[in-house]
Write a protein that binds this ligand. Sequence first.
Ligand SMILES: *[C@@H]1O[C@H](CO)[C@@H](O)[C@H](O)[C@H]1NC(C)=O
Ligand SMILES: *[C@@H]1O[C@H](CO)[C@@H](O)[C@H](O)[C@H]1NC(C)=O
Length: 226
Amino acid sequence: MAFTGGRPVGLSLLFCLFCTLTHAVNLDVVNQCSYTVWAAAKPGGGRQLDPGQAWSITVAFGSTLARIWGRTNCSFDGNGRGQCQTGDCNKLLDCQGYGTPPNTLAEFALNQTNNEDFFDISLVDGFNVPLDLSPTTSACRGVRCAADINGQCPEKLRTPGGCNSPCTVFKTNQYCCTTGSGGCAPNEYSSFFKNMCPDAYSNSQDDQTSGFTCPSGTNYRVVFCP
Ligand SMILES: *[C@@H]1O[C@H](CO)[C@@H](O)[C@H](O)[C@H]1NC(C)=O
Ligand SMILES: *[C@@H]1O[C@H](CO)[C@@H](O)[C@H](O)[C@H]1NC(C)=O
């Protein structure tokens, strides 16, 4: 690092001014897996992360429905076009939209009610890569889903590279908890995900046990294979 051991004061001021003006949050994405993960973020794009590599992205305050996920077994050409076995976003290295299930999701809504960030890990679109999502600049708690869900995935949900959600496979109100369908009773599949990762969303109405908050302005780290 060029500035280690004494970043010029003028530069620091410039950085702070930049932070204030843009109202942005830093998200560090780190790949601790033994395999390559193609990180994806909306907003943010996408990046190949070999084992041990990290990617720093900036997300504007007020961003809602922000998402970070991992893609596996991808192959892209020099123009960033190709495909991934899991988490693929419309065949682009630099994601513009969300990924294809199954994909473990880190989800954010920044600076919402009472100047708080809301975040969670969701298995509503299934599971591919173990995740940890933790604050780096506040004392609030993070959330982790690192269980061997791929290895223990129920037969009917298995798919190469991941474990599908029952909604993806069966597409019924019961498994998708479709709004207006009259609630969402736990079932053998949602219970499987909930038992494996109690702090993660196993269905879209799982708010009591799966939503977390930190003060707005907090920075975060997302780790694949924590
Ligand atoms: C990639 O695909 C190969 C062959 O299907 C499989 O053995 C391997 O587990 C996959 N890797 C990941 C990280 O999913
Ligand atoms: C959060 O949003 C409010 C306006 O809704 C703003 O006044 C406040 O400065 C924001 N918080 C941060 C940390 O930027």
